[in-house]
Design a binder for this molecule. Sequence first.
Ligand code: HEM
Length: 494
Amino acid sequence: MLQTISAVLYAIFGLRNNPLPDIPYISCFPTLGLLSEKWSDDFYSTSMRALFNAAAEEGISWTLIGDVPLIYLRDPTLIRQVFVKNAESISRCGVQTRGPFGTGKRIIRSALITADGDVARHWHADMTRGFHNRLAMEGFHPKLISIAAGHVQRLRDVGLGGNLQSHLQDYAMDAVWCLGLGLENASECTRDWEEPFANYVQMAASISHPLHHTVINFLCGREFEEPDYFENDLHERIEKCVLQLLEANLDLLNPEAVKPREQMNFLQIISHETGGSAAQPITPDVLAHARQIFSHGFPAPTLLLLWALKELSLYPEVKQKLRAELQESEWYHQKELLLLSRLPYLDAVVNELLRLHPPIPTTARAIDRPLSMQTQSGANLVVPVEARVAVSIAMLHQDPHIWGQDASRFLPDRWDGLLPNTTESQCKYLPFLTGHRRCPCTGFVLQQVKVFLAVLLTEVDLEVTNASTVEKKLGPVSEPTEPMAFRVTPIKNN
Ligand code: HEM
């Protein structure tokens, strides 16, 4: 039945004016936006797999979502052609917010992830200064260790639990708001964020939502780019959460507080630089950055740590080797960031985790200007303006053409002699994407994950007791199929 609908839609929209005659076509996506969310999710993963397989020869394949061509990029050279060389011809939201991040923009409004042009450049530089700068990261290191130690102690006190993710999320929340706002216990103030956040992820990533949105706005006589009732409602709930947190901590935001700059938190600096005052520290830029931290600040690090602890439970020899490296390291005695960055096995484990479990497993872009490309066999093609391009980062990272036949195995030793920067510039390894819209918080994320693993492994042993049965859902983020249960035991000499 679905194949028939697909074939009919292809006959109407695809064959009539086939924009890409030389690359393999997969007839499975057109029905996606028409189906309910549950069906769309299942069909989505099957379709992504089909597109990936169809791109084995040319490095590229395509399908239709309704009448919109979706171009799938598998070959790293082609990914580089689009995301690096033609970065100015693509965008996340596209015209009239019809691009892949359009729903997110109508809900979250101004934030770096949905911004373009000079505003995006400016905010990207702000975030890089705050979350990727060596001096800022060095100053933050002792605070981060203290936050990690507190959460490890809580795990030790609890001993056993059925949902490891919620403990890790508390650590991720405290870490990001400590750097962002100077607040060390944000997880205690943000318990009521879970529902609006989950609604945001679900709606922003939904393949069915754009069709619902079109119908609702059509019936209400509104233009497509205007937020609909549900998007407005969610926006207001999110804005309330973010404002509540900021307003409860106006003293931490005060840009007139007499402090050396290196002791100011990220949002305080932004307030200082964008005209904030003691009476009104919340400037539009402060709010935009706070929205950005709300929407990106904690889920990806939480998931990365969750998959880390699952893999270390499945591979005790890796855990043992890592623990030994940490216990014998200079960092064990002298807690400086520089010393933590000199641990090659810790680096290898984290690189391998980001390869096998990229927390953000897919990306997509709208094409704003016609884009010329050359496929693996030398065929020239022009991707038309109305198209979208998509890459599955998760599948790229497990492509046997790139990573060999053992691509799906957790094997930190494969990083011996391999540099993440080099593989990233070749577009073979993209946990943080690449180019000028790469994640600006990489320095913070790597430190956050390494510090937690280092403190945990040198204090306790944590085993994910259902590690062998938990799988990964292929969705907007790499969620597990079931909650991870855990048991914590203190290690000897503690
Ligand atoms: C394991 C943790 C993380 C991973 C793997 C990750 C990965 C990514 C990826 C792949 C993108 C590009 C998305 C796309 O264009 O499709 C991105 C963008 C972004 N990330 Fe992260 N991220 C992580 C944590 C964070 C954190 C903690 C923050 C904020 C505190 C953050 C802030 C951002 C922002 C602001 C962007 C948009 C950059 C721009 O538009 O120029 N990320 N991230």
